[in-house]
Design a protein around this ligand. Structure first.
Ligand code: IVH
Length: 691
C-alpha cells in the first residue's frame, strides 16, 4: 500500500464519479473481502470498507440497471466467504447497518410500514460483538458440530475448536438439542495470550482479535490451541426439537439459552435490554457506546431487534438480512495506517518510551498521529518495520496503541524499527536490564520532565510552573533537583518566566507548595513505582520522612502493594536521594503527613475501619475515576486503601468481568471470602461523599 492509499482511507465518504469508478470500487471491495476471508488479513480497515460500500450502494440506487453481477451489496459476507459444505438449518443472515440517529428513524419507519401498524412488542438492545459468526449444534446436551456462517446457506465445519471456546461448553447439564448462533472472538486478554503463544511458535502476531478469531476457526492443523470466547445472539431448533420454545421472543430465547448453559450477549457488561420504543433503544445505544472502552472485548456496534416473535415473522427477512433487526454501527476504534517513524522519549524516571509516529488517521472522533509502543521487546515481538501498514486501536480516553503490522502489505526494502544504542536524551549508556530500557543516569537524565511532574497537579501543585519555565530553569542550572525549586528567588523566577508579575506569583505558589503534606513531597522525588496513590500509602503508613528513611525493605513491605521486588528498590532510591531530601528539609518543606480528618470525622465515615482494594475500570457514577481519585474518596470516607487483596481486605471494588473470567484480584477475593462490590454498589455506600 502506498502512502496515498493509506491517507485516502482517512478521508470522508468517497463519491463515485461514473461507471468506471463504480466498477473499480466493486473490484476493490471484492479484493478486500477475498483477502480477508481467504488469506486472513485486511487490505483496508472496516471503516474504509463500510464507506466504500455505502458509496457503491448509493451509486447502485441511482443506476439500478447497471448493478454489476459481482457487486457485494446483495450477498451475505459480500459473497466472498468460503461457503463450505455443511448446509445450515435455516439461513444464517447478516445485518443491515445504520450510522446516525436519522438513519435509525428511517429504519424504524420502514419497520412500521412492513408491519402495517405501530409495533407493540418492544425492542431489544445488545452489543454487536466484533468476531466471527458460527452456529453451534447441540444434540442431547453435547456440542457435536460448529459451523461458520459461510455464504449464509452453507458453512464450513470447524468442529476442531470444540473444547477451546469459553461460553460454549462441550456438555450441557440437560440433554437439549438445538443450535446456538453467535459470535466467536478473542477477549483482549485471550488475544494477548494468543499472540504470546503465536510468537513462541514463530508465527506472526494477529493483526486484531477479529482477524485472529476468523483465522483460528479456519486453521485446522496448528500445533497449539488458542482459547476464544462465544456469545450467543440467537438460537434455532434442530432436528425438529422443541428448544428454544416456539413463539419465544428474542430476550426470552436468549434467557433460555443462558439457562441451558451457553453464554449469551445478555451476560456481557453491556447486557441485553428490552425497551418499548426506538427512542429508548437509542439511549441504550449511547449507554453501550460509553461503556465500550471499558469492555474487555471488541464491539463494532449495537444491535436493535424487534423482540416479539410475531412481529419478527410479520416483517420477515430479505436476501441478506432480517427486516426486524438493525446494527447501529459505532465509530471505528481500530484503523489501519502507516508507521512513519518511531521516536524515543525519556520519561521522568529515565525510562526510554518508544512512540509510533503515524500517518494521521481518524479514530473514535479524533485524529491520531502518535501511539504508544510499550518497550523494545514489544517492538521486536511484533516485528514492526518502518513503512508498515499497522492496525491502531483507540477507544474513549485510552491512549492509542499499535496492535500489529499487516505483514502482507509491507513495502519492499522496509527496515525493522531501529532500537537506540545510547540514551536519546543525554547520550549516556542504556540500562537494558529490564523489559523497559532506561538511561543509566536514571532520574538525573530526565530532570526537566521530573521537575514538571513534581510541580504538577496532585503533586506539589505549583500553579503556573509548566514545562516552558522549567526548561529555562534547568537549562540555566538554577534547578538541578526538585529541592532547588524551594530556594529560587523571585528575581530568578521573574527572569525565567519573563515577567515580574509571573515571578511574584510563582514565588508565592512555591511558598504554598512547601507546606504540602509528606505524600506529595515524597511523590515529587520521582522514585519509580511511587506515583500519587502509592506515595499516599507510604506517607500514611510511616507518617514522617524520618520514618521512611529509617525503613528497611521488610518495613516497606508492610505497605499495601509493596512486594519483595519493589521494597529494596525504594530503600535504595531513598538512600540515593539523601542529599536532595536534606536540602528539602533545610528549605523548610513539609515532612509529615497530617491526618486528613479529625478522629471524630474518620470514626463516622461510611468506610471507617475498612480496607478497600480497587481494580479495573470504574463504571456507573464512578465512570472515568482513576486510581488516585478512588484512593482519595476511600480515605475521605474513613477507609484505608489496599494495594492487593489479602486477609485484611474488607471490600474489593471491581466491575464484573465481561468474559466471565474473573480478574486475579477477584479470584483471590473469592478464595478469601472478601466481599466484591460493583462500582455502582460501592458508589451507593459512599453516596454522601459523592455530591
Ligand atoms: S443478529 C438474524 N446480534 O454481526 C440476525 N448479530 O454484521 C443475525 N453480530 O452476521 C445477526 N453481534 O455475525 C446479531 N448481537 C448480535 C451480534 C451479531 C455480532 C454479527 C453477526 C452478524 C454480523 C452482521
Amino acid at each position: 500500500m502506498t502512502i496515498t492509499t493509506a491517507v485516502e482511507a482517512c478521508s470522508s465518504l468517497p463519491v463515485l464519479s461514473g461507471s468506471a469508478a463504480y466498477e473499480a470500487a466493486v473490484a476493490r471491495l471484492r479484493e478486500a473481502s477475498r483477502t480477508y476471508f481467504g488469506a486472513g488479513y485486511s487490505l483496508m480497515d472496516d471503516a474504509t470498507y463500510d464507506r466504500l460500500l455505502v458509496a457503491v450502494k448509493e451509486w447502485e440506487a441511482a443506476h439500478p440497471d447497471s448493478v454489476a453481477e459481482t457487486s457485494p451489496t446483495g450477498r451475505v459476507a459480500d459473497g466472498a466467504a468460503p461457503a463450505g459444505d455443511v448446509a445450515h438449518t435455516a439461513r444464517l443472515l447478516s445485518l443491515d447497518n445504520v450510522f446516525t440517529p436519522g438513519e435509525l428513524d428511517s429504519w424504524g419507519a420502514s419497520f412500521r410500514r412492513r408491519l402495517g401498524h405501530e409495533p407493540t412488542g418492544g425492542f431489544t438492545v445488545e452489543p454487536k460483538m466484533d468476531g466471527a459468526a458460527v452456529a453451534a449444534r447441540y444434540r442431547d446436551g453435547r456440542l457435536v458440530q460448529i459451523i461458520t456462517r459461510g455464504d449464509g446457506t452453507q458453512g464450513e465445519d470447524v468442529s476442531h475448536v470444540i473444547g477451546t471456546i469459553e461460553g460454549l461448553p462441550e456438555y450441557l447439564p440437560a440433554p437439549l438439542t438445538f443450535e446456538a448462533r453467535g459470535e466467536v472472538l478473542f477477549t483482549q486478554e485471550q488475544f494477548e495470550a494468543a499472540n504470546e503463544v503465536r510468537t513462541a511458535h514463530g508465527a506472526a502476531v494477529f493483526a486484531n482479535p477479529r482477524n485472529g478469531a476468523a483465522g483460528t476457526l479456519r486453521a485446522k492443523d496448528r500445533p497449539y490451541r488458542l482459547a476464544m470466547t462465544f456469545w450467543a445472539y440467537g438460537a434455532v431448533a434442530l432436528d425438529g426439537g422443541a428448544f428454544p420454545p416456539a413463539g419465544a421472543g428474542h430476550a426470552e430465547t436468549l434467557a433460555a439459552v443462558e439457562r441451558a448453559g451457553v453464554r449469551t450477549t445478555a451476560a456481557t457488561p453491556a447486557g441485553l435490554h428490552v425497551v418499548d420504543t426506538l427512542e429508548q433503544a437509542r439511549e441504550r445505544v449511547d449507554a453501550i457506546a460509553a461503556l465500550r472502552a471499558a469492555l474487555p472485548f471488541g464491539i463494532d456496534g449495537v444491535v436493535i431487534k424487534a423482540d416479539s416473535a410475531d412481529e419478527q415473522a410479520a416483517v420477515g427477512v430479505g436476501s441478506r438480512f432480517p427486516y426486524w433487526a438493525i446494527a447501529y454501527k459505532l465509530p471505528a476504534v481500530e484503523r489501519q495506517t502507516l508507521l512513519l517513524d518511531v521516536v524515543w522519549e525519556v520519561g521522568r524516571t529515565g525510562v526510554l518510551a518508544p512512540t509510533a509516529i503515524l500517518a494521521p488517521v481518524e479514530l473514535d472522533g479524533s485524529t491520531v498521529t502518535r501511539a504508544t509502543l510499550h518497550n523494545p521487546a514489544d517492538i521486536l515481538r511484533r516485528d514492526l518495520h518502518i513503512g508498515d501498514t499497522v492496525t491502531v486501536h483507540k477507544a474513549g480516553d485510552i491512549i492509542p496503541r499499535v496492535e500489529a503490522a499487516v505483514v502482507e502489505l509491507r513495502p519492499e526494502g522496509a527496515v525493522p524499527v531501529p532500537l537506540p544504542s545510547h540514551c536519546p536524551h543525554c547520550g549516556d549508556e542504556i540500562d537494558r536490564g529490564q523489559e523497559r530500557w532506561r538511561c543509566a543516569k536514571g532520574t538525573a537524565c530526565a530532570l526537566a520532565p521530573l521537575i514538571e511532574y513534581a510541580a504538577g497537579r496532585d503533586v506539589l501543585d505549583i500553579d503556573g510552573l509548566g514545562r516552558k519555565y522549567v526548561d529555562v530553569l534547568v537549562a540555566g542550572g538554577e534547578v538541578r533537583d526538585v529541592a532547588d525549586l524551594f530556594t529560587l528567588t523571585e528575581e530568578q523566577l521573574t527572569a525565567a518566566s519573563g515577567s515580574a508579575k509571573r515571578g511574584a506569583k510563582l514565588a508565592e505558589q512555591i511558598r504554598l507548595a512547601a507546606a504540602r503534606p509528606l505524600s506529595r513531597v515524597f511523590c515529587a522525588l520521582g522514585i519509580p513505582g511511587t506515583g500519587r496513590s502509592m506515595s499516599r500509602r507510604i506517607a500514611g503508613h510511616f507518617g514522617t520522612m524520618e520514618a521512611i528513611r529509617g525503613a528497611d525493605a521488610a518495613a516497606l513491605q508492610e505497605v499495601e502493594g509493596i512486594g519483595p521486588e519493589k521494597a529494596p528498590v525504594i530503600v535504595e532510591q531513598v538512600a540515593a536521594l539523601a542529599p536532595v531530601i536534606d536540602k528539602l528539609i533545610a528549605a523548610g518543606v513539609g515532612m509529615t503527613e497530617p491526618r486528613p480528618e479529625t478522629a471524630q470525622e474518620r470514626a463516622d465515615g461510611p468506610l471507617t475501619g475498612t480496607t478497600v482494594v480497587v481494580t479495573g475500570k470504574m463504571t456507573g457514577p464512578l465512570d472515568g475515576w482513576g486510581r488516585s481519585e478512588m484512593g482519595a474518596l476511600i480515605e475521605r470516607a474513613g477507609g484505608r486503601v489496599g494495594g492487593s487483596v489479602n486477609s485484611r481486605t474488607t471490600y474489593l471494588v471491581a466491575a464484573p468481568s465481561a468474559s466471565g473470567k474473573p480478574s486475579s484480584k477477584a479470584v483471590k477475593a473469592a478464595e478469601l471470602g472478601v466481599e466484591v462490590l460493583a462500582p455502582e454498589a460501592f458508589a451507593a455506600l459512599v453516596a454522601d461523599l459523592l455530591d
